[in-house]
Design a protein around this ligand. Sequence first.
Ligand SMILES: [Zn+2]
Length: 309
Amino acid sequence: MSKDHARKRRARRTAQHTGSSYTSANAGTLHTHPAPTLVPVSGAPFGVAHTADMAAASAAIGAGLADCDPCRASAMARLMLGKSLVLAVLAASLPLVPNREFSTVTHVFWDEVQPHANHPYTYVFTAGLGAVERQNFLEDLISIWTMVVPHLGGGGRTLAGADLTSMIINLAPAPPPVYRASRTGFVPTPQGPFPALTLASPDMSGSIQELAERYGFPLYAWDTLPDASAWILQQHSATLHPWGVRQGEGSQSLTLGSAEHPAEATSEWIDAAQRASSVVVMGLWTGDFTSLIHAVQAQEIFAVRARLE
Ligand SMILES: [Zn+2]
């Protein structure tokens, strides 16, 4: 069924509402439909100072599940005029629903925005939509969550017969994985020893899969020098101790590492990094450089060559 067809059917169904619900909607007194509780979400991960009140989104989903068009339309109107942060929150963890027709804007989001898993970028995307795109995106967001919510019961059970009002859904985005600069040292290259920095994930939230797939780190081979990449080494402004790498600018930038946690570095290392205008940044590794070769041979180390700013 096409999107337009679905819209027409919905409109026709609305027109058929001649009973109390349509009348009460016109009078401004809507029903209370059972709906999942969507907890308020902080705007901080999205780079926004305010909090997302998800009540209208919850009402729209509840009305959708009850198939009550007047209540759904009322909640959708509130969402349409409300804060873009609410759309960003609904979009941030939006499940892919295959084999359904969605608007172009939703496909653009899935193809170009969501793979970056960058919440400020998601916010910029939703806040930048024109009225028609915003309407289409909102329609898809609420439709998708309405489809998905009944299947979110504990342990994978469906919610058939369960009390929706007792269902609390936390749509807050997962915190980004933690990476830290670990150690500085030198790795062998055909040109001689080259300065290198290892990255670790102390709380194990990061992984080599993520370094490879999300951040594009190539597999590292011993005694090679990777080509210079778009990554830029981040250093303490005074001590020049390295604390991580960054790629891109502004809301689309990715940073691995924390300025509060620089790695120790000798003056020899800092001088070598400056002479080479770059260092090899590799992960994940917490051990020293002498034992690194075994992990490299096991194909468990991924590395980029990061430029100095
Ligand atoms: Zn209703």
